[in-house]
Design a binder for this molecule. Structure first.
Ligand code: KG4
Ligand code: ZN
Length: 344
């Protein structure tokens, strides 16, 4: 079936057309069209996403992207429209929902809601090469799995027994990993979004130069906390005005990676996982991917990570989440309304 998916939960207006096939044991996705209008240059002067500006930009971008994506297509070729209903910024979510609802009435295609976090989780399915240690993609080699979802708004560890069955082991008690990257980048005078900027600066620094704390590392639970680490960086910068900023970036990045990797690996051992899944915007971090890949390989487990293009927000992953929801007859249908705090 063909799904037109719409994503407006934060600062990317994204529309995609995806062909989805197969059952729960063998879902396959072919990306037919994938458009993203990034608002980064608009929010950059403010050092973060401004919800009302995001809303204004989504309203402006949606009809333009829709027109562009439907060039050469007839709406009759589509089977469903999918839209992100949460979590995210509610004014931004509503723009996508309102647009999708009007479109659904106009072209007479059913509308389904999708959870943005499920989109991130399923983004590893979008590449046949996703399971790095196997050249062939085999879902039977994935579950049971441990999934680490790290984005600008969330840091969640899941224990998965099947593609549609999971238990939340823990999440962040305060800042999300991506949020910590963005805030520390701001302290270092780097532009928004901070993650890629910190990664770039860290390449010239020494990750062992400054001993920043590894919050919650030795706590025997699966919760995370990054706010204390962020404060340590703030105090360090206040007390060491002549410091080498690249060393601060590298040492901070290393502290985040150490915590994420160690907790994920501990969960993989405890729950006897066959694989580890890494997803969400922060999964675009090359040093994090590499560190987790090495640790997972040492345990002789499979490692599943999305292609770079599907780590940060996109609408292809929303189509994937919607399709898997359609396949899962037991799953509660999400109401078509914005839910900023929707969980996974
Ligand atoms: O998933 P995403 O696109 O949006 C949310 O749903 O939040 O994630 C965006 C987050 C931002 O905080 C950004 O700084 C972070 O992902 N990020 C990175 C990297 N690339 C993006 N963090 C660390 N290293 C990166 N290379
Ligand atoms: Zn996201």
């Amino acid at each position: 079936m063909k799904i037109l998916a719409i994503e407006t939960s934060c600062d990317e207006t994204a529309i995609a057309v995806v062909e989805a096939k197969g059952g729960m044991k063998n879902p396959r996705f072919k990306v037919l069209k994938n458009l993203i209008a990034s608002q980064i240059p608009i929010h950059r002067p403010f050092g973060g996403v401004v919800p009302n500006l995001a809303k204004r930009e989504h309203i402006k971008n949606l009809p333009i992207l829709y027109k562009k994506i439907m060039r050469g297509y007839s709406p009759s070729a589509l089977n469903y429209i999918a839209v992100t209903v949460g979590p995210g910024l509610e004014p931004a979510l509503w723009t996508g929902i309102n647009f999708a609802q009007e479109l659904s009435e106009k072209i007479k295609k059913p509308l389904i809601g999708a959870n943005h976090m499920e989109g991130h989780l399923y983004s590893f399915l979008l590449s046949q090469k996703a399971v790095i240690s196997n050249s062939k993609f085999l879902i039977s080699k994935i579950f049971p799995a441990i999934a680490l979802i790290v984005s600008g708004g969330h840091t969640i560890l899941l224990q998965m027994t099947a593609i549609n069955k999971w238990k939340k082991l823990g999440e962040t008690l305060d800042d999300a990993a991506g949020e910590a990257f963005d805030k520390v980048a701001k302290m270092l005078g780097l532009p928004y979004p901070g993650g890629p900027e910190i990664q770039k600066l860290a390449e010239q620094g020494n990750p062992g130069a400054i001993k920043f704390p590894r919050p919650m590392l030795n706590k025997l639970n699966y919760e995370f906390s990054f706010s204390g680490l962020k404060t340590s960086v703030l105090y360090y910068l206040r007390d060491h005005s002549q410091t080498e900023k690249a060393d601060v970036a590298a040492s901070f990045q290393q502290a985040v990676i150490d915590v994420l990797v160690k907790k994920t690996i501990r969960a993989a051992k405890e729950y006897k996982a066959k694989s580890v899944i890494l997803c969400g915007g922060v999964a675009a971090s090359k040093p994090l991917r590499e560190a987790l890949r090495i640790s997972v390989k040492e345990l002789q487990l499979n490692f599943a990570v999305p292609d770079f293009q599907f780590n940060t927000d996109n609408a292809v992953m929303i189509a994937a989440a919607a399709y898997l929801n359609l396949l899962d007859k037991k799953k509660n249908i999400l109401p078509i309304e914005a839910r900023g705090n929707l969980t996974i």
